[in-house]
Design a protein around this ligand. Structure first.
Ligand SMILES: C[S@@+](CC[C@H](N)C(=O)[O-])C[C@H]1O[C@@H](n2cnc3c(N)ncnc32)[C@H](O)[C@@H]1O
Length: 331
């Protein structure tokens, strides 16, 4: 209790074990404190491609309202909805709730490049959270969370030196434990209960989304060819805080948009692209797919998406052929 109180109130970052192992479900915090703990945890997770998992509650309220207004205006009744790059998925839950409150009964799918991860015991008292290929996302030293990356503003304080040390040490220990081979052998499945190294597979999502009966969770890289199971399936696709100019090149962003287009049911379906700025304001655009596979702009939130021009001038050529249905694994 005291440990959770410290994390919730005085600002320590929760470890993955504290948030995701079953013992956590018995922890007594109020929903507000747990939301705050999740916000801190996800804000400190950074993937191998440099994208962070930062997210928070009520981030997309204005975007949700805009999408609902447009769906109502065009008379879209039954909807299948895809939210990509969802991080903890808290905004996905809120989107589903707001659609349901507005009288829609959507089928909702949430995807992320790193929806699942593994907890690994490096040595007694020291664990790591790693992605499915063994890239470290967090170190846990006696219950204290350490990040494997250094914010640029801390370089001057020597933080870069320390994070490089942890990572070098991690690489040596992981090598000695055969971690990468062990992860490969799992093929995305959970480890055996008596596995001495890989202790658990965790769903890196908010507790509100774990085992949510109305939201399907999938691992998915939006820059890879679309899985056949996602092709032409969705009336609405949302990409929030992922197709950002400072994350990816213009070429990658065009490819990402072209892949998302493959997931839309067809002419009339919507694509929503939005970015939240540091001041918390959203700037996004709602596009509609035309018969000739181009997009038209329907509505803006704030100043509109910074990649609006790219979307409106996207070539009609289909994206690279679809991948077979079986991807890494579903939830
Ligand atoms: C900043 S968070 C955005 C979370 C949420 N959409 C929001 O706006 O609150 C970016 C998310 O993109 C995911 N991501 C990064 N690269 C990705 C990729 N290539 N394909 C799918 N998701 C990706 C990360 O795992 C992270 O959860």
């Amino acid at each position: 209790m005291a440990r959770h109180w410290r994390q919730g109130v005085i600002g320590m970052i929760p470890t993955a074990k504290q948030l995701f192992l079953p013992a956590d479900s018995a922890c007594p915090e109020t929903p507000t404190v747990r939301d705050e703990m999740e916000k801190k945890f996800f804000g400190f997770i950074r993937l191998r491609n440099g994208v962070s998992k930062t997210t928070e509650i009520h981030r997309m309220a204005d975007v949700d309202r805009a999408v609902i207004a447009v769906c109502a205006r065009v008379g879209l009744a039954s909807t299948s909805v895809l939210d990509v790059a969802v991080s903890s998925g808290i905004s996905t839950c809120e989107w589903l709730e707001s659609l349901q409150e507005a009288g829609f009964h959507p089928e909702m799918t949430a995807t992320d490049l790193c929806m699942h991860a593994y907890l690994v015991r490096l040595f007694p008292g020291c664990d790591a959270l790693v992605d499915r290929e063994g890239y470290p996302l967090q170190f846990d030293f006696c219950g204290i969370a350490l990040r494997p990356w250094s914010p640029r503003r801390y370089y001057i304080l020597g933080n870069y030196f320390w994070t490089s040390c942890y990572r070098a040490l991690f690489a040596r220990i992981a090598d000695r434990l055969g971690l990468f081979e062990r992860l490969r052998a799992l093929h995305g499945h959970a480890p055996a209960p008596d596995d001495p190294v890989i202790t658990a597979k965790v769903q890196l999502v908010t507790r509100r989304l774990r085992n949510h009966k109305d939201i399907e969770l999938l691992d998915d890289d939006i820059f890879q060819p679309t899985s056949a199971s996602l092709l032409r399936r969705f009336d609405v696709v949302r990409a929030a805080n992922i197709l950002n100019l400072d994350y990816f090149s213009a070429q990658q962003l065009r490819e990402g948009v072209a892949h998302l287009r493959e997931r839309l049911t067809g002419p009339g379906a919507f694509l929503v692209i939005v970015r939240t700025e540091h001041d918390g304001f959203n700037h996004g655009s709602l596009f509609r797919l035309n018969e000739n596979r181009s997009f038209s702009l329907l509505q803006r939130v704030g100043r509109g998406s910074e990649i609006e021009d790219m979307v409106l001038t996207l070539s009609a050529a289909p994206a690279v052929p679809a991948m077979p249905a079986e991807r890494w694994c579903a939830s």
